[in-house]
Design a protein around this ligand. Structure first.
Ligand SMILES: [Zn+2]
Length: 88
């Protein structure tokens, strides 16, 4: 099964469009939406909200933020415990 060169999702057999550039590179499109976004508007898949590349990138960013928040939370708890140690 072919995948769309722009959005990255699988193309249903007997649908979509095969586009061949002048330089010979073969490009598959699942829909006219993807074709126009790539060829006419020169959009980057990573920056276009409905593509797989964007969603993967976003999930990675959220995971990184959660890891960073957990690290900060851990530091915060340690700092809270320190004043109790000062009393003793
Ligand atoms: Zn597509």
């Amino acid at each position: 099964m072919a995948t769309c060169s722009f959005c990255g999702y699988d193309i249903i057999p007997t649908t979509g469009k095969l586009f061949i550039r002048k330089d010979g590179k073969v490009i598959n499109f699942c829909s006219k939406k993807c074709e126009i976004a790539m060829n006419k508007h020169n959009k980057i898949p990573r920056d276009t909200a409905w593509t797989k590349a964007y969603r993967d990138n976003k999930a990675a960013r959220i995971a990184e933020n959660k890891v960073a928040e957990n690290k900060n939370k851990g530091k915060g708890e340690d700092e809270r415990k320190k004043p109790s140690n000062r009393k003793a």
